[in-house]
Write a protein that binds this ligand. Sequence first.
Ligand code: HEM
Length: 190
Amino acid sequence: MIGLIPKLLVNFVTQERGAEAARRVLEGAGVAPGRHYRLDSPYDDGEVHRLWASTVAEFGLTQHDFELRFATFFGEDARRRWPAWFRMSANAREFLMRQPVIHNSLATGLHDAAERRAVADKFRLEARPDTIVVHYRSPHQLCGLYMALARWVLDQYGERGTVDEVTCLRRGDAACEIHVRWAREEAARG
Ligand code: HEM
């Protein structure tokens, strides 16, 4: 996985709980103290998985509640770091349809073709008139983060819609299928 999520996990815990908590999170994940994650480098999936679990444990939240809080932190960070992606999307549907392109554009910095393919293969989107159907498959099983971020994107654009999961990797399905659906009047406007 590209270093964005591990970097933000460390930043999030540092901001919310301080440097000592960040040190504990890294230690709990078996990662060297002071490890610096880079946006242009890939990291071992097992390490990211341990770092995620260690951060959730540090906060003492359920996975769901942690995803909600982390999604807001992630979204606000992305808005500051990459404002152009937000400017070029006129509404939430455009932004969400662009999300796999955004991921792939960050993956162009990876040297290994297999690493780039691993990023590209995680998401496949289908555009329907009032719905985006998201097919997601990843060893990280972060469908809850996807749903929390999709709701955050709807909020950013002042839109109303629902985000539901029809199948889920965590329940043993082959992939997650997530439906982002707009109310009829919003779909007509978009
Ligand atoms: C400017 C906006 C965004 C940027 C720059 C961004 C960037 C990234 C990057 C670099 C990764 C790691 C990708 C990998 O290694 O496979 C990632 C992961 C992820 N992003 Fe985004 N993202 C953005 C917006 C979104 C939005 C809006 C959503 C959902 C609606 C989303 C959902 C996810 C999920 C679920 C993962 C974890 C994927 C996995 O299973 O590894 N992202 N994002």
